[in-house]
Design a protein around this ligand. Structure first.
Ligand code: KDO
Length: 335
């Protein structure tokens, strides 16, 4: 990681030269500005939680300025923007972090996290300390809290009569849109499909035109993005209980006094908890609405999917990057 460390060092040196003059304190009568970039919408529960919980809690010393739908920075470029001092926060993914640090792919591996509570136990366990330390030291990013995105399922344009998804073999040749990073493409192939990399903002149009056969996201996202208008089935593969991290600039963090740091940490934890509960509620209550929009929802052979997907990771390059004992520890923290 010499190149990244060198770049991060350069970014930090540049930042240090700025900190001497920047970091307006309240004494100036000016508030800091916390910019957040996300490819999510304004109505996504994680965005709502940041605006309704995080922002008011830090309002005493910082103005929260969110950019939704990838408008501030394109999906997958936010962490680099934070590292270079051009952005304060993002709703990051383990898959994006795995582009810098391959070992993060363990948190993006199919059928590892069992549920939202398991995600929280893992994020707060000492096993995470080396991961968090690496990201802060080499990228200049602090991972403050873990957010719940939800169970990802296969969502196709084809009707169930056309493609009945029972096992991974039924996805052979299916052009499945997955997000652009390697860990996502690996997961798409592990499901048995032919993955296509594509930004989140392009998915609806690609489904409506048939440029892709399907996509994978949790039910709340299917509703928030209206994917039910351009798809006909959801096979509830639950292949990834997906998460995000509230990522925060270490450079900005280091300009805060201890009380402000504690407030930011508490605000992030409160927003993550609020968003988790809202997302779980939506996830547990949206199936009937989606069915009412003409989308068939059913449960495939989950044992077949779990067995096949996990077998793809055994001996993989991704698995080779996982620190010894971490997978066992994650499993021990399960139910
Ligand atoms: C997506 O692009 O399908 C995805 O769900 C990937 C997640 O890691 C995350 O980036 C998410 O999009 C965005 O937050 C938008 O919901």
């Amino acid at each position: 990681m010499f190149k990244l460390t060198r770049r991060a060092t350069l970014a930090s040196l540049a930042a240090l030269s700025m900190v001497a003059t920047a970091a307006p304190s309240l004494a100036d009568g000016h508030k800091m500005t916390f910019t957040l970039a996300t490819s999510g919408s304004e109505t996504d529960q994680r965005s709502v939680a940041m605006a309704e919980v995080f922002a008011p809690m830090v309002a005493g010393f910082a103005e929260y300025q969110p950019g939704y739908n990838g408008t501030l920075f394109a999906q997958g470029t936010e962490l680099e923007a934070i590292s270079r001092g051009n952005l304060t926060m993002s709703i990051a993914s383990a898959q994006e972090l795995a582009q810098f640090f391959p070992e993060f792919s363990i948190f993006a591996t199919g059928y590892v996290h069992q549920d939202a509570a398991h995600q929280v136990r893992v994020f707060n366990d000492p096993l995470m300390d080396p991961f968090k330390k690496t990201v802060e030291e080499e990228l200049g990013v602090k991972l403050l809290s873990v957010m719940y995105l939800g169970r990802r399922h296969v969502n196709l344009r084809q009707t169930r009569d056309e493609v009945n998804v029972q096992t991974p073999a039924d996805l052979a040749g299916i052009n499945l849109r997955m997000p652009g990073t390697d860990a996502w493409q690996f997961l798409g192939a592990a499901l048995g499909a032919a993955p296509t990399p594509m930004a989140f903002s392009e998915v609806y149009t690609a489904l409506s035109t048939g440029a892709v056969d399907g996509q994978d996201n949790p039910l709340p996202t299917v509703v928030d993005q209206k994917f039910y208008e351009v798809t006909k089935q959801i096979a509830m593969t639950a292949h990834l209980v997906d998460l995000n991290y509230i990522a925060f600039s270490a450079e900005t963090w280091n300009t805060l006094d201890p009380e402000q740091q504690m407030t930011v940490q508490r605000a992030a934890d409160a927003a993550a908890a609020y968003g988790r509960l809202k997302q779980l509620d939506k996830e547990n209550n949206l199936a009937d609405f989606i069915r009412s929009q003409g989308v068939e929802i059913y449960t495939p052979d989950l044992a077949a999917f779990r067995e096949h997907v996990q077998a793809q990771y055994v001996g993989s390059e991704a698995a080779a990057s996982w620190p010894d004992g971490v997978l066992e520890r994650i499993n021990a923290l399960g139910n």
